[in-house]
Design a protein around this ligand. Structure first.
Ligand code: GMT
Length: 378
């Protein structure tokens, strides 16, 4: 099949899901055409089945806000026609779903039918999408999509709560891990470098937005380090970073906290880590935590959104109420307190992550594409 994969070219979240899905589909012989404003991170361009089409936005003195959605819809129209795509799969509702519906309508006027699959990822529903500034367009795009998927049951419920989509069906297809590409690596020498005195390594990855509550990560760590020797690795970058650096200085933790910025080799860092913290205010799934679990790292998280569907309380780690940093500190110490407990949680985290093996998830998407193509031919 020929699939147009529309996504943000970001280091985490929906961009990673789209890229990993596209790579895995390409490995199974499908032709995947990525459509984005930049080459998606983690993409492997040396693959005969992977293609990348850039969306360019022209500037003009009249445009205070360059019309990205218009360029994107036009690019989709061109690629569907030139590459003879079978289906458009868009990740993140804004603006990808509405642009795809626009493209679909333009193509229909020319007698070309292109089905649209929309995958909802999280903030496109829970934070940004439900804003009255966007809601009518998002509701319409969801209703007009041929198939809609959400990455967790919690996100499915939130979508019905926040949007006027009547009884439109939403299928839950969870995020996944391709263990052939992402698993614990043997990089013990690396651990000696970062934690020369055998300190525990605590890690957090995010886009440093307020919703991630990275300040809670630092507060939890401040409690951990009072009881056990540890270092905190903060991966990623975003609007809150300067505030977090300031908090780290105020709490006298600068020596123990490293800001690593955006990193490509996340698996190498996770492979030497002992605990992952995800205290988010909202989180539809928490792919970053699942990636940690795949590298045998237990997770202490909030119980927001769909996190609890992935991080099993008391098994792969613990979930606590949003903002309860005292509970998160004590749960972290419970895991780190002795080598036996830590080993048990590491094994359990890995076991839990195996439920999200790509092999269990890929056929769900393939089935959707196939049913749409069959409907197209009928
Ligand atoms: O976490 C973010 O803000 C990025 C966002 C995205 O779309 O890139 O992540 C969302 O999608 C991920 C992939 O499906 C989920 O694992 C994240 O939980 C979700 N983020 C939120 O709901 C805050």
């Amino acid at each position: 099949m020929k699939v147009g994969m529309v996504c943000f070219p970001t280091f985490g979240g929906s961009g990673v899901v789209a890229t990993e899905l596209g790579k895995a589909l390409a490995a199974r012989g499908h032709q995947i055409h990525f459509i984005s404003y930049n080459l998606p991170a983690r993409i492997d361009i040396f693959n005969n089945n992977l293609f990348y089409h850039e969306v360019n936005v022209s500037t003009y003195p009249l445009f205070d806000y360059p019309p990205y959605e218009t360029s994107l819809a036009s690019q989709m129209v061109n690629i569907v026609k030139n590459e003879k795509l079978d289906v458009l799969h868009v990740h993140y509702a804004i603006p990808h779903a509405s642009a795809a519906i626009f493209a679909k309508q333009i193509l229909a006027a020319e007698g070309i039918y292109i089905p649209v699959v929309t995958t909802l990822h999280g903030t496109d529903i829970t934070l940004v999408g439900r804003d009255p500034l966007y809601e009518p367009v998002v509701s319409y795009s969801i209703k007009q999509s041929d198939v809609v998927t959400a990455v967790s049951e919690s996100l499915r419920i939130d979508t019905y709560k926040h949007f006027h989509i009547e009884d439109k069906e939403i299928k839950v297809i969870p995020n996944f891990i391709d263990f052939s590409k992402f698993s614990k690596l043997k990089v013990e020498h690396f651990k000696k470098l970062i934690a020369p005195n055998g300190e525990h390594l605590v890690v957090h990855t995010s886009n440093f937005r307020k919703v991630k509550r990275v300040d809670d990560v630092v507060k939890i760590f401040a409690g951990i380090i009072q009881e056990v020797p540890a270092k905190l690795l903060l991966i990623g970058d975003g609007p809150e970073r300067a505030n977090i650096e300031q908090l780290t200085r105020e709490l006298g933790l600068s020596e123990s906290v490293s800001f690593l910025g955006k990193q490509e080799a996340i698996d190498e860092i996770l492979s030497v880590s002992d605990l992952f913290l995800l205290p988010s205010e909202q989180e539809s799934f928490g792919l970053a935590a699942l990636e940690a679990m795949a590298c045998e790292v237990p997770v202490v998280s909030s119980n927001a959104g769909g996190i609890g569907e992935m991080n099993l309380d008391g098994f792969s780690g613990f979930t606590c109420a949003v903002g309860d940093t005292a509970a998160m500190t004590s749960r972290s110490l419970e895991i780190l307190s002795n080598q036996e407990t830590l080993k048990k949680f590491k094994q359990q985290a890995f076991l839990q992550s195996k439920k999200f093996e790509i092999g269990n998830v890929l056929p769900m998407y393939e089935e959707i594409y196939e049913s749409l193509c069959t409907a197209k031919l009928a």
